[in-house]
Design a protein around this ligand. Structure first.
Ligand code: ZN
Length: 495
């Protein structure tokens, strides 16, 4: 068979697998938004059946034969990128022994419940034996994937291909120094940020959320907005859905969750439609995905210019809500607090949370830290980086679900997203000179047009690092992020 025909047959197989994965994704969306409570067990059976079907397709022996036949074939850059991605996913799916994969699925299906109980009881000892088991299994899996290389790098490769622990240590280490220094100066500032005390009706918040998603380029013809306990976006191509949550006392939860998820969804919606259902037709990595959600949310959505517009819209919708003017509103939206919880952290301290999780999980995977010593290590590091002590495990080592379900190597992608967003924003401000004026009018069109043109449309065509460097015109570095944070927060707190 000619190379083109082999490639077409392979791609047809992969497209049908991707279609099934998207159906499974829709079932997850439904579970978080619409599913009747009583359907949970039945849904578990659906997921199991889908997983079995998808795994069988991903490990089908024909894939190996097609890939071998296509070795060295030249079918153009898009086919080459598809083949690279198919090869990687086939390698990963076939490297892990089946009984190990089954055991990981079995253990992680119950470990999340044990973590939730430990968190509710505020007792790390309830969770520690389960975490030790999950860690042991994930280390075995990483060793199988690494094929003699570094196990933690193999884990990273699942979420951020090409990234290594060595590179992360350097990036996040330098970021940490800059952030601790900035945070200390902010804490010494006499500037007091106003406090919000008002009731914001749910229907108006949802109205504003819809308006904001639209203002950030979300295509309503190919999406929808619903409520979920933990906001997320799901899907790709022409069915990309977002969720948000509503707290009547704190509208910023809804507002910035919506903008964040519109960033994830906008990336998926912005990919070249010709890539639909192929490996190229989705965001290239978790870090690049997070760069889009964070630049929408922070560099654009929390900018002084956009806050001026948002303040006006909120006054229209909610009346006088006790904030005097645009400057006070901007300071409120960007307030640097003193909290324990990563998901509630401000832009200055967020990456300190990620840095400590990265170093702790890296030590766990390397075997330098045991699960029994994890809680103490967490508390020591938190005190060193945040300047105050963890008061209880649910505010400390038990706050995040990730490790309970075996997500090691995932946390760093949050910081990479912020670092990437810093690089992209630096290039964006130079490429779109009227950006401030646009944002002050609530208009993100030129900014998002630039992101779409330079990054989003490419989907999986380039590797993550190459994509960011190509779009931002520079090597990946924490410097633009630190410079942006310094300028912004010095303006609010130190002037
Ligand atoms: Zn995100």
């Amino acid at each position: 068979m000619a190379a083109q025909a082999q490639y077409d047959a392979l791609l047809a197989h992969v497209k049908a697998t991707i279609a099934l994965s998207q159906v499974a994704g829709l079932l997850s969306w439904d579970q978080e938004t619409m599913m009747p409570k009583g359907a949970a067990v039945q849904r578990g059976e659906w997921f199991g059946a889908m997983e079995t079907a998808i795994h069988a397709r991903q490990t089908a022996p024909e894939i190996g034969e097609w890939l071998a036949a296509l070795e060295g074939a030249d079918l153009g850059p898009e086919a080459a990128a598809n083949l690279r991605l198919i090869r990687r996913s086939h390698d990963r799916a076939t490297s892990v022994p089946v009984d190990l994969a089954v055991e990981i699925a079995r253990v992680t299906s119950v470990s999340q419940g044990i973590w939730a109980r430990a968190r509710a009881e505020d007792d790390f000892a309830v969770f520690a034996p389960t975490l030790a088991r999950v860690l042991d299994l994930k280390r075995q899996e990483a060793q199988a994937l690494a094929k003699g290389g570094d196990p933690y790098d193999a884990m990273l490769d699942d979420y951020e291909p090409g990234m290594t622990a060595d590179k992360l240590e350097r990036l996040l280490g330098r970021l940490r120094h800059g952030l601790v220094d900035l945070r200390d100066r902010i804490r010494g500032s006499a500037r007091r940020v106003p406090v919000l005390d008002h009731h914001f009706p749910e229907d108006r918040q949802m109205q504003l959320a819809s308006e904001l998603a639209g203002a950030f380029g979300y295509d309503w013809n190919c999406g929808r907005l619903d409520k979920a306990v933990h906001p997320f976006s799901s899907g790709s191509g022409n069915d990309t859905r977002i969720t948000t949550r509503v707290d009547p006392k704190n509208p910023f939860n809804c507002i910035y969750s919506t903008i964040h998820e519109a960033g994830h969804a906008g990336y998926e919606q912005g990919i070249n439609p010709a890539y639909l259902l192929t490996p190229l037709g989705r965001g290239v990595s978790m870090g690049v995905h997070e760069s889009q959600s964070r630049i929408y949310e922070n560099q654009l959505g929390r900018s002084r210019a956009f806050c001026g517009w948002l303040f006006g819209r909120m006054r229209d919708l909610f009346g006088d809500f006790g904030i005097r003017d645009e400057d006070d509103f901007y300071a409120l939206v960007n307030a640097v607090g003193q909290g324990f919880i990563r998901t509630e952290a401000d832009e200055v301290q967020y990456n300190l949370h990620i840095g400590m999780r990265f170093e702790l999980e890296h030590a766990l995977i390397k075997g330098d830290l045991s699960v029994n010593d994890l809680e103490a290590a967490w508390n020591d590091r938190f005190l060193a980086d945040f300047g105050f002590a963890v008061d209880r495990p649910s505010n400390g080592v038990l706050q995040d679900v990730h490790w309970s379900v075996g997500l090691f190597g995932y946390f760093p992608t949050y910081s990479l997203g912020n670092i990437h967003a810093g690089c992209l924003h630096d290039a964006l401000t130079k490429a779109v000179p009227g950006l401030e004026r646009d944002l002050a009018a609530g208009d993100t069109g030129n900014a998002i047009g630039w992101l779409r043109e330079n990054l989003q449309q490419h989907g999986g065509l380039y590797e993550p690092t190459a994509l960011i460097e190509r779009a931002s015109g520079r090597a990946i570095s924490e410097e633009p992020l630190l410079a942006y944070l310094e300028a912004k927060f010095a303006g609010i707190y130190l002037s």
